[in-house]
Design a protein around this ligand. Structure first.
Ligand SMILES: NC(=O)c1ccc[n+]([C@@H]2O[C@H](COP(=O)([O-])OP(=O)(O)OC[C@H]3O[C@@H](n4cnc5c(N)ncnc54)[C@H](OP(=O)(O)O)[C@@H]3O)[C@@H](O)[C@H]2O)c1
Length: 171
């Protein structure tokens, strides 16, 4: 999973990310370029706004969107109706490493399957209406403290202390 959160695990407000940290977007891009990324439908729609000019949610990435309402395929974007289906499809497209990148509903569905977390923890408390789930079952294996003129934040890599829920695979 890849997520950016504040010190209270806040990740979003009114369908937007509450801060703008360019380095964090660069890290997200570097981690996920050429890979397959799973999003919830609301996050996908908010990304369409960010990437409006290219007309794709995420250039140079395959996107799997979890939605009960939208099902058509658009270019390199696939719509599926459950999180397990998203995992199976993403794993089929990209057997090595599948990324789950929110929002809150999708992080909640995915946290028990996750093997690794790439987190950005932004210092401070922001107004938020969506939150990352409890991640106390993970331990830090790498930490880099960063700052810019407005924000202090840490890039964390975390792995599970115990085995994850079994990953669904296509039989
Ligand atoms: N800081 C970060 O790292 C980060 C990353 C991503 C997103 N965000 C923020 O997170 C917020 C959005 O999160 P959110 O929780 O409101 O929405 P979300 O997880 O992006 O999407 C929710 C949608 O996913 C679909 N869904 C959820 N559970 C499902 C299930 N069991 N089966 C099938 N479909 C399911 C539904 O789509 P339908 O309604 O179409 O059925 C639901 O409305 C925004 O503020 C965004 O900016 C932050």
């Amino acid at each position: 999973m890849v997520a950016a959160m504040d010190e209270q695990r806040g990740i979003g407000y009114k369908n937007m990310i509450p801060w703008k940290i360019k380095e964090d977007l660069v890290r997200f891009r570097d981690l996920t370029v050429g890979k397959t990324v799973i999003f919830g439908r609301k996050t996908y729609e908010s990304l369409l706004g960010y990437y409006q000019r290219s007309g794709k949610a995420m250039p140079k990435r395959k996107t799997v969107v979890v939605s009960r309402t939208a099902h058509q395929k658009e270019g390199e974007t696939y719509f599926v109706s459950s999180f397990e289906e998203a995992l199976k499809l993403a794993r089929k497209i990209e057997p090595e490493e599948v990324f789950v990148s929110g929002g809150a509903q999708i992080f909640n569905l995915g946290i028990d399957y996750a093997q690794k977390l790439y987190l950005t923890v932004v210092k401070g408390k922001y107004r938020a209406d969506t939150f990352f789930p409890d991640y106390s079952k993970f331990k830090i294996v790498k930490k880099e403290d960063r700052s810019n003129e407005k924000h202090s934040y840490s890039f964390l890599e975390m792995v599970r202390k115990q085995a994850s829920k079994e990953f669904p695979i296509e039989k």
